[in-house]
Write a protein that binds this ligand. Sequence first.
Ligand code: PEP
Length: 253
Amino acid sequence: MRIPLIAGNWKMYKDIDEAVELATSLKNVLKDAQSDKVEVAVCPPYIDLQAVGAVIKGSNIVLGAQNMYAAQEGAFTGEISPLMLRSVGCHYVIIGHSERRQYFCETNETINAKVKMALEYGLFPILCVGEKLDEREKGITNDIVKDHVVGGLKGIPKEKMASIVIAYEPVWAIGTGKTATPDQAQAVHKFIRETIASLYDAATAQSVRIQYGGSVKPDNAKTLMNMPDIDGALVGGAALKADSFEAIVKFYR
Ligand code: PEP
């Protein structure tokens, strides 16, 4: 059984005081989140990781990062390694977010290198895939998503797939207030699962969690999460306030 993962991507929001305040509130309001129904993660900016990690230690919230560099250490000014993320208590790392692809020139190749390095150092990658609006309008959504999935997973052995989460995030739905309908999202999630089955096998595809991301809010979370191939959400804007994130995490109520 796939337990949905609801992960908050705090992006470049929250200084340390604000991050500690939000993490403290989340720790309190999510105390009673049912672990057989949902897993919860928060992914603050790098500088907040240590402080947020200290707040959520011992709670049912796990720590994730928003990015990493694909090397253990070295002369890479401004970058953070998977080993560093591990040392600060990260479990997950978001890789290949569309904002990284768009503004920081990340390609399938660099993303694939990061996925491999994350796995090598014991992190659980959340690999983001998804089409832009013009690509959807051209009818090439599946081609783009397949390219991201195949490219991101290149050379990843089947045994490692249990450590990977895929996040389907249609770029046109991120931060725009436009959500894919549950049917639109389900169709792409099913396609991603079929793609994984063709790369590996049906059992592997059935076991991989595929999150949806793109303007998930308290009022649409439940219908999205009720779709058969949607296994949680990667949440941006609505993860920045404890009450809205709580409502999404407790979609099962
Ligand atoms: C995201 O940042 O991955 C995201 C889905 O953002 P939002 O929920 O704000 O659309």
